[in-house]
Design a protein around this ligand. Structure first.
Ligand SMILES: [Zn+2]
Ligand SMILES: [Zn+2]
Length: 284
């Protein structure tokens, strides 16, 4: 399990098959295509869009947590998916005869949510074939205002009771950006994608077997589009995900080595699919 830009993470992501990006220390994951066993432990799940390879595991997640007597999870879903998401669970409850306890937090572009790990989640639009949103996760950091420096701790306690947050200057640090499925345009449009300490971005296609044009028509990123934008990324680390099932892990590594300039390549990690002959599916 790697630690990238300070964040321990794990996961699996294969285009059209399943995606789940897991942050065990933050007690959350993004998307549940097929719900890996470890993701059952996460009480908060943020969903990017309703394609089956990103949401298909949600009923199993809720049900399995209930069977293990774990607290009900909270699902953060794009606002435009919320009604259908609730209806999906109503249907599953009738089928399963279980209560499948959980809560739903609809969250749209321009809104924000403080997560249990204290990071602030702010969705942004990721252009895809169906409505999709990525998430920026921000850490708020406080520093005593200059005027209060040097006060005793008793004084500060008394001031804190009176002034609360006013005692501090607040800054926000973009810790993580996760794009979900998207066109490369999201890099140009969203500052948090370029500046987050850790960027998790889909790069479904990596070589000439699928052209940039074809990748765009499917609503996905081609590695050549990342290479074109190499100078835009200010991130400490980037994790590439959602590779097409047509590629073997060594083919992905080779494409990254050949197509990315060294100053970007050295910060890029690939969430490689398990090797061996898998089945090929259309990317979603
Ligand atoms: Zn997908
Ligand atoms: Zn998709």
């Amino acid at each position: 399990m790697p630690r990238l830009a300070g964040h321990l993470l794990d996961g699996i992501s294969i285009g059209g098959v399943e995606t789940c990006i897991d942050f065990p220390e933050l007690k959350l994951c993004f998307d549940l295509g097929r719900c890996p066993d470890a993701a059952v432990l996460r009480p908060t799940v943020l969903f990017t869009h309703a394609h089956m390879d990103h949401m298909g595991g949600v009923a199993w997640h809720a049900s399995t947590r209930e069977l293990r007597n774990m607290p009900p999870p909270n699902y953060v879903v794009p606002r435009e998916n919320a009604d259908d998401f609730v209806a999906l669970f109503e249907t599953w409850r009738r089928l399963d005869r279980g209560s499948m306890r959980h809560s739903v937090t609809p969250l749209g572009i321009g809104e924000e949510l403080e997560l249990p790990c204290k990071l602030l989640a702010r969705p942004f639009r990721s252009p895809h074939r169906v409505p999709c949103q990525g998430y920026g996760l921000w850490r708020r950091q406080r520093k005593l205002k200059v005027g209060y420096l040097g006060r005793s701790s008793a004084e500060l306690r008394e001031l804190g009771e009176r002034l609360g947050d006013e005692l501090y200057d607040w800054t926000e640090i973009p810790e993580i950006a996760f794009t979900g499925d998207t066109l490369a345009d999201v890099v140009d449009r969203e500052e948090v994608v370029r500046k987050a300490r850790l960027l998790v971005i889909e790069v479904t296609f990596v070589d000439e077997r699928v052209s940039v044009e074809k990748a765009r028509s499917k609503g996905h990123v081609h590695l050549d589009e990342i290479a074109e934008r190499a100078d835009l990324f200010e991130n400490e680390a980037l994790l590439f995900t959602h590779f097409s099932s047509r590629y073997q892990p060594y083919q992905i590594e080779r494409a990254l080595d050949r197509r990315l300039p060294p100053h970007l390549r050295e910060r890029v990690h690939a969430l490689l699919p398990p090797g061996g002959p898998g089945f090929e599916v259309e990317e979603r």
